[in-house]
Design a protein around this ligand. Structure first.
Ligand code: NAP
Length: 456
């Protein structure tokens, strides 16, 4: 019997083994989601809101238990898991309060007696999700999706099936119609069959470019809408007038958050020549101070990576970069201890053609690239296939805003701080980081029918 394994990446111990759902079970979950949708679509938005608020309350009440599950299954620090659950409650409340405003019909003056734009749900939406923020990635789709009147089917990453089951329980306990939100315990190889199903109307995927490309190609063949939230290689520019102490601290924090496994983690650091040495010294000190340890130990700054195979992949990218001329000034060796630990690592002399320059490094490895000046730093930042986030450090706020708003090719650009998501602001990428937006009003509009009503 095919199974999905949950393995604790801190100890390598198996936590649980889940039986893969047979096709009959998948079919009945799709049918149940569709049935629930037929009822839910007719519920006024204001009456959907109390369900979403209850989901938020349950997340708050169960924060400790759910956070523990996240840390056990994918190894993030317990404090980060707690913050993740709190943020899920926030996004639920945000859409419970705002959905009616976001989806209010918009009257448009035309030759008609009455013409307006109305927003209607699409039906059953498939969400293919990653393990790195196993609750947050799901809730940032589910909160707007369900408030818009859709049903959700979650195909979660195979290593966090425990989280998938817990999320399903949160929605059930909150009283949403039975089957409106459920998870499918299936491997990636069976996603195509779900996309093809006539009752599945659209797909959202957060994950790697390979998974995104394959899912979008299949959805395209079947003429179904997709939103793709893919990888990133966020560039952080450190200009000569930056507050270097602050920049070094923020850069290290963003690189090490979630043990470096965040799509919007800082990945490429681009100091201009005038401050290169001063920045690097401070940045190295910050990275070197970080304590690698058990995610349940409150003194640790980062835990293990989520799986051993991901660590192998990361280490290979580091080694190839070194063979091609990069220098390792911190970390870079796999510890002998059990678990999937990888130390904070800094690579310098990173150049075009190296994995550390071209690819996403999904772990606590920083690529430092020297720029001659502001223009060169912008050129290097944009010299990437990715376009998710970016940040610029300068004490001249006009300069920072000009670079952020007009010059950096990314879905979001921050000044003097690290890139983060916020339910009130749209989130997403350009280039191979994907398309479509989550969060804010833009997110809830992705999976609705933008309908013109015209009365002559
Ligand atoms: P992944 O390997 O692409 O997996 C993501 C999801 O896609 C999992 O549920 C996986 O299922 C499924 N999947 C994989 N290959 C598939 C295929 N060919 N067809 C259908 N489904 C497939 O990514 P990950 O390792 O979980 O997550 C890390 C990646 O996600 C990083 O690149 C990161 O930057 C990106 N990410 C992006 C954002 C964003 O908002 N832009 C946010 C978080 C993460 P299985 O587990 O069963 O293989």
């Amino acid at each position: 019997m095919e199974t999905l394994q949950s393995v604790n990446p801190t100890t390598d111990a198996q936590i649980a083994s889940y039986t893969v759902m047979p096709d009959t079970e998948v079919e009945s979950r799709i049918q149940a989601a569709h049935q629930a949708f037929q009822h839910w679509r007719k519920v006024p938005i204001a009456e959907r809101a109390p369900f979403m608020k209850r989901a938020a309350d349950i997340l708050d009440q169960k924060r400790n238990e759910l956070a523990r599950l996240i840390s056990l299954e994918m190894g993030k620090l317990l404090s980060e898991s707690e913050a993740e659950i709190a943020k899920c409650a926030w996004v639920c409340r945000h859409y419970a309060e705002q959905a009616e405003v976001f989806l209010a019909p918009e009257r448009v003056q035309t030759d008609a007696v009455l013409s307006y734009v109305a927003y209607q749900p699409l039906g059953v939406i498939l969400a293919v999700m990653p393990w790195n923020f196993p609750f947050w990635q799901v809730f940032r789709f589910a909160a707007p999706g369900l408030m818009a009147g859709n049903a959700g089917l979650l195909k979660h990453a195979s290593n966090v099936t425990g989280c998938a089951r817990a999320i399903e329980s949160v929605f059930a306990e909150a009283g949403f119609p039975e089957g409106l939100f459920s998870h499918l315990a299936i491997p990636g190889s069976r996603v195509a069959g779900v996309i093809e199903h006539p009752l599945v109307k659209a797909v959202t995927l957060t994950g790697s470019e390979g998974a995104g490309s394959s899912v979008a190609a299949h959805a395209g063949k079947h003429i179904k809408k997709t939103v793709l939230e893919l990888g990133g290689s966020d560039a952080y520019l450190i200009l000569e007038d930056a507050d270097l102490d602050m920049a070094a601290e923020v850069c290290a924090y963003s690189r090490l958050l979630n043990a470096g496994q965040s799509c919007i983690g800082a990945k490429r650091f681009i100091p201009v020549a005038a401050v290169y040495d001063d920045f690097l010294e401070r940045f190295r000190a910050q990275m070197a101070e970080a304590i690698l340890g058990d995610p349940f130990d409150r003194t640790a700054d980062l835990g293990p990576l989520a799986r051993r195979d991901l660590r192998e992949q990361l280490h290979k990218q580091v080694q190839i970069s070194l063979q091609k001329g990069a220098q390792c000034i911190l970390g870079g060796t796999i510890p002998a201890s059990p678990g999937a630990f990888y130390p904070p690592t800094i690579l310098t002399e990173v150049a075009k053609g190296m994995p550390a320059y071209e690819e996403e490094l999904f772990g606590p490895v920083a690529s430092v690239i020297r720029a001659t000046d502001e223009n060169d730093a912008i050129r290097i930042a944009n010299d990437s296939a990715f376009g998710l986030g970016s940040a610029v450090f300068t004490q001249d706020l006009d300069r920072g805003e000009r670079i952020a708003a007009y010059h950096l090719e990314a879905g979001s650009s921050f000044v003097n701080t690290f890139v983060r998501s916020d339910p009130r602001l749209p989130f997403g990428g350009i280039k191979i980081s994907g398309y479509g937006r989550e969060l804010a009003r833009h997110g809830i509009l992705e999976f609705v029918n933008v309908k013109t009503v015209y009365i002559a």
